[in-house]
Design a protein. Structure first.
Lengths: 179, 588
């Protein structure tokens, strides 16, 4: 029981995963503004991706967060208050969006497990990008879910080390973002 | 190359083109080139404060009392960190401020140089936007954009950090006209207004049985015209209206539709009406926790219309039925048009019933207090101050605490922009420098800082500023030798254990005033009160009036944190409304 005299409102809303894509001016400090807003107001970031878009004047930030619809709406309007932010889109609301992330997997293989590991990689269409005597590095791209599954399967066979990019996503509908 | 001037000169030229008349500041190593340019001109007046924190509160007072933009100029490192409180205060209360900070030369940035700090990093969350300018050629465009950003939409502070080498470097000045600000960088072009919501809102109001307007500081930011339109609409709909702490003055206190302030120390009738209403129209307020009290019991049976320029205020804490995003002046015109076009009227019978209920609550007389023959009651001191100053052009500023709430309760504001208080951040030490700024903006006005004995000591060094600039600012101290609001909470909520809330070794405020070459006055008992106030008003000097008030007095009515609007605690002189207050009593 909360003993504080301040009420802590109960929230029965479902917590969902949201992918926000934020188009910003490519200027110093813009990432800090976005990230600072999340930490300052107590919102979560599951993953974050930043890259320039086709001209170097703009950058796109892709943020994955878990929250209720109410909170994600608040996040969107708080993001819009940041001066260099052009637009914020919640891709989960667009229904038609595709997402992908990249993972690099470092595997320590020997004669015992090599064949089985390669079979799993084949199954998931992971691509071998480096092959030395004692280790192999694979690259896999796809939805986070698929990568999770791959990691689970391959971990049963060998020790691995993983680096993941976190997802980026794009709407399949054609639209005019304020650019 | 033509038209090459130094960065420091560009700064001055930009300020001039933006119509800046006054800058509040404090010099230091990293802003010396700008101070040198300042020295060489006569158009912009510089007000030297005694601590940078004073500069920014003075700029806030200047801005809020005049509707202009307040400008601050301070040095790097400690100069910059000292303005952080003021920036946050301006951010919370939406005050348009331009803060110029010096920075160490670019080649020293990141080296922990003398008086270096990451100013843009530190101030990022407490400004609307900030800049580190690395090229003198970009200075003028940054300044013109900064002025636009700071006043556009919901106003707020913007900081410009300028390394010393950029102040020395030569660059080209670009005038305001030649600069095109991309629309996405401004507030208002981002607003997506929804016209249909206007008609829905007026329809909802027209069919209300128990409507109420809840009016906030956003109206004042929107301008005097907006306040006028809000008043007109309230009068036309004959609907009761309550104001937030920041909104006092939007509707004249004497207006018969005004229920006064609401919230934690608001009027009984205002809070009860908010709780019981069926349609609430929030104009430029943001459902602050000091207003709402317990969220799940906040006005449980009402439909809520929320008019705000900042979309992030919609549904932030309270669920809104009809949001209207836009500038209040524009929205009020749209609402009035819609009201007239549809020939709307609220059912008179219902409205009369509602007013009858409100009159019943008014009978509680929640601001009642018993003034004895000797010891001055703080409420009485404010009441007398009001009576003796109400016919003058008076600006009231406050510090933070009991005196602030008493000033809000007992001083009646008839106009917007006359009441300057730190509402959002609750900054002790705000009132005195803010009064200095208000006096600079309104040289002929009577500016009074209603203060507490603890708060005033937080920026007492500005006495020197006030005297230097011959500002006849009045400091009206309700002296109870305690941090009164802390003491009150300790009495009510912490078993009367007055931990660290008594101020020992208070200065003798009379001698303090004299030492600054100002005037000191003191009222120890009731008979001395009026003469002291009169002498204070009549003086053309900076005055400290030390009013000794009842040390045990508490500020009522009060909604304790975690309680609902209908659970107010009244003081012992008032008869409480039995039905509504049973729950409230158990919380006392």
């Amino acid at each position: 029981m909360n003993k504080s005299v301040y009420s802590s409102p109960k929230n029965n809303d479902d917590i969902n995963r949201h992918i926000l894509t934020v188009l910003v001016d490519n200027e110093p400090g813009v990432l800090a503004r976005v990230v600072g807003m999340f930490s300052g107001r107590g919102y979560n970031i599951d993953s974050l991706n930043v890259a320039e878009v086709n001209n170097n004047l703009l950058s796109r930030i892709t943020i994955v967060t878990h929250s209720t619809n109410e909170v994600v709406n608040q996040i969107q309007s708080q993001l819009m208050r940041i001066v260099p932010v052009h637009s914020v889109t919640n891709l989960d609301k667009e229904n038609s969006a595709v997402e992908a992330e990249v993972a690099l997997i470092h595997m320590f293989l020997n004669d015992m497990n090599k064949k089985q590991a390669f079979q799993i990689c084949d199954l998931y269409r992971a691509r071998k990008i480096e092959n030395e005597n004692s280790y192999v590095i694979f690259e896999i791209a796809g939805t986070s879910e698929r990568i999770n599954k791959f990691i689970k399967d391959i971990s049963n066979i060998t020790n691995i080390e993983i680096v993941r990019s976190g997802p980026v996503a794009i709407s399949t509908a054609k639209k005019n973002e304020e650019a | 190359m033509f038209n090459q001037i130094t960065g420091a000169e560009i700064v001055l030229k930009s300020l001039l083109e933006q119509g800046v008349e006054v800058v509040f500041g404090y010099p230091g190593g990293a802003v010396l080139p700008i101070y040198d340019s300042l020295f060489k001109q006569n158009s912009i007046r510089h007000i030297l404060v005694r601590q940078e924190g004073g500069a920014i509160h003075a700029a806030e007072g200047y801005a809020r009392s005049s509707g202009k933009i307040g400008v601050v100029l301070v040095t790097s490192g400690p100069g910059a960190t000292n303005v952080v409180t003021g920036l946050t205060d301006a951010m919370m209360d939406s005050v348009p401020i331009i803060c110029i900070t010096g920075q160490v030369p670019q080649h020293l940035i990141g080296s922990d140089a003398f008086q270096e700090c990451d100013t843009t990093g530190i101030t990022r969350p407490c400004t609307k936007h900030n800049y580190l300018v690395k090229d003198a050629n970009k200075l003028s465009s940054v300044f013109h954009e900064a002025f636009e950003i700071c006043s556009n939409g919901r106003p707020g502070p913007v900081l410009i950090d300028i390394p010393k080498d950029v102040q020395f470097a030569k660059g080209k000045y670009i005038s305001k006209k030649e600069i095109k600000i991309p629309p996405h960088r401004l507030f208002e072009p981002k607003i997506k207004t929804n016209e249909t919501n206007i008609d829905e809102a007026t329809k909802l109001l027209a069919n209300a049985k128990k409507p109420i307007f809840y009016v906030g500081g956003g109206c004042i930011n929107s301008g005097p015209k907006a306040c006028e339109l809000v008043t007109k609409f309230i009068e036309e709909t004959k609907t009761p209206a309550t104001m937030t702490l920041m909104g006092l003055g939007v509707l004249a206190a004497s207006n018969k539709f005004s229920l006064g302030m609401l919230g934690m120390h608001g009027m009984y009738e205002a809070n009860m009406a908010m709780h019981d209403c069926d349609v609430m129209i929030n104009i430029g307020a943001r459902f602050d926790d000091r207003v709402t009290g317990r969220l799940d019991a906040f006005s449980p049976n009402s439909k809520k219309i929320h008019i705000d320029i900042d979309a992030s205020n919609i549904n932030k804490t309270i669920k809104i039925d009809i949001p209207i995003i836009g500038d209040i002046e524009t929205v009020m015109k749209q609402l009035s048009n819609s009201w007239e076009k549809n020939n709307y009227n609220i059912d008179e019978k219902n409205l009369n019933e509602w007013w009858k209920k409100i009159e019943h609550w008014k009978k509680v007389d929640c601001l009642n207090y018993q003034q004895g023959k000797d010891i001055i009651k703080p409420q009485h001191a404010v009441k007398r101050l009001y009576e003796l100053t109400k016919n003058k052009k008076t600006f009231i500023t406050t510090e933070v605490g009991q005196h602030q709430m008493w000033a809000a309760q007992y001083y009646k504001f008839e106009e917007p922009n006359r009441w300057l208080t730190s509402g959002g951040l609750g900054t002790m030490g705000y009132g005195f420098p803010a009064a200095i700024g208000a006096q600079i903006a309104n040289p002929d006005a009577l500016v009074i800082d209603v203060a507490g004995d603890a708060s005033i000591l937080m920026n007492i060094q500005e006495m020197s500023t006030a005297v230097q600039h011959r500002l006849p600012v009045k400091i009206f101290i309700l002296n109870n030798e305690y941090m009164g609001m802390v003491r009150q909470w300790q009495e009510l909520l912490h078993g009367g254990r007055y931990s660290e809330s008594y101020t020992e070794s208070l200065p003798d405020f009379l001698k303090l005033a004299e030492s600054f070459n100002a005037k000191g006055l003191r009222a120890k008992n009731l008979t001395e009160l009026d003469p002291v106030i009169e002498e204070m008003i009549a003086s053309d000097k900076t005055v400290i009036a030390d009013i000794w008030v009842d040390k045990q007095e508490n500020c009522f009515p009060m909604i304790q944190s975690g309680s609902a609007h209908n659970e107010m605690v009244l003081n012992k002189y008032q008869k409480q409304d039995q039905v509504s207050l049973e729950k409230g009593k158990t919380l006392v």
